[in-house]
Design a protein around this ligand. Structure first.
Ligand code: AGP
Length: 358
């Protein structure tokens, strides 16, 4: 088993460090920088170009990637919504002839997601699986499949597969627009693995973890593309540290959760890109006024650092890709909190890598 971890203490840390390679594999032979084109094959192109609306179904971390994807597709003018798979099954939303249902699932075996996809198929809706596992049930049963090519993920906490899911849906979005992307965006895709590499220096994240390891709870806020990252940051923290953590859309904090904020509940503010970021900085000021420590995860496009006790920097990139970088910082913080608490990081209590019951 030690060999499997390649010298890392845990599979989770190994897989966090494998992200640059996972992202390169995901892009390989799909993105042509010279022509500025993205090619995922004719089947996927037909499916997504014919879709008048998209419903995404997923669970857990994959649901956060689905939330991100829905926002991305909407920004392209395609009505899109993410559903927690178990809720989709309980209350299936209306669809029309040109609806595409996309199942986002690392394992391709999650019972709730499979059930939602089967429900869609029974109603005659086309399905596409975005998955990591070749030949998995989702891959076999859906009308189309897009592999994220992350390589095996052993740690129960999903890390590299989230980053690759986000990258994969960006390629889908490019294909929706007939496969052509701006040269700037294609360059940003190409540069992303290298930028993730620069974030993998763990020093700052470890220091933040050390400073706040004894906190009562952790809150995570973000707006727009940063909102799914806030949700994912909180899920990762609860999953492996067993500490109370919640993610919120930044604007929602003042509608209730702010009552929970104290000097012993750090608030991680994910602030990347430009859209709405100034408003998130406003929310950070509200938190600061309640004496809560603020950890800003930021690409430096705003002055959020002025109101933060700690800053986790990420390099500047296209606003659509910055969330991947911010999320890596949060993965590292959760990992180091859990490590300092002596948790069973690769196999947290009560959890399984793949949940095969509804
Ligand atoms: C992520 O860290 C969790 N282990 C869990 O939420 C997971 O993402 C969820 O069970 C969905 O799994 P899937 O992607 O294999 O469908």
């Amino acid at each position: 088993e030690e060999t499997g971890k390649s010298g890392y203490d845990h599979y989770m840390l190994k897989e966090i460090h494998e992200q640059p390679r996972a992202l390169r594999q995901c892009l390989q032979e799909r993105v042509d920088e010279l022509s500025g084109t993205v090619d995922l094959g004719d089947d996927i192109a037909d499916a997504v170009q014919n879709a008048e609306s998209i419903q995404l179904v997923a669970c857990g971390t994959s649901y956060h990637a689905a939330l991100y994807a829905a926002e991305l597709f909407r920004s392209q003018g395609v009505p899109a919504q993410a559903f927690v798979a178990s809720e989709y099954v309980t209350s299936p939303p209306p669809h029309d002839d040109d609806t595409l249902v996309v199942g986002v699932t690392q394992s391709g075996e999650t019972a709730d997601t499979l059930s939602a996809l089967r429900d869609a198929q029974r109603r005659g809706v086309d399905t596409l699986a975005v998955t990591n596992v070749v030949g998995s049930t989702a891959a076999r049963e859906c009308d189309g499949v897009l592999y994220i090519r992350s390589g095996p993920e052993i740690g129960v906490a999903a890390t590299k597969t989230f980053s690759a899911q986000v990258l994969a849906v960006n390629m889908v979005a490019a294909v929706m627009g007939n496969g052509s992307a701006s040269h700037e965006f294609v360059s940003a895709l190409r540069d992303l693995p290298g930028q993730v590499q620069t974030v993998l220096d763990e020093t700052n994240a470890r220091e933040v973890a050390e400073r706040f390891v004894d906190s009562d709870a952790y809150f995570f806020i973000g707006r727009g593309y940063d909102y799914p990252v806030a949700m994912e940051g909180a899920l990762k923290m609860k999953e492996i540290s067993y500490k109370h953590a919640e993610g919120f859309p930044a604007g929602e904090l003042k509608h209730g959760p702010l009552a929970l904020v104290t000097a012993n509940t750090p608030v991680f503010a994910v602030v990347t890109g430009e859209t709405g970021s100034e408003k998130t900085v406003g929310n950070v000021k509200e938190v600061e006024a309640r004496d809560a420590p603020v950890v800003a995860v930021t690409d430096g496009r705003t002055d959020v650092e002025r109101y933060a006790d700690e800053v986790l920097e990420v390099p500047e990139t296209d606003p659509r890709l910055a969330p991947v970088l911010a999320n890596v910082q949060l993965q590292l913080v959760s990992y180091h909190v859990a490590k300092q608490l002596g948790r069973n990081i690769d196999k947290p209590r009560n959890l399984a890598k793949s949940v095969t019951v509804e």
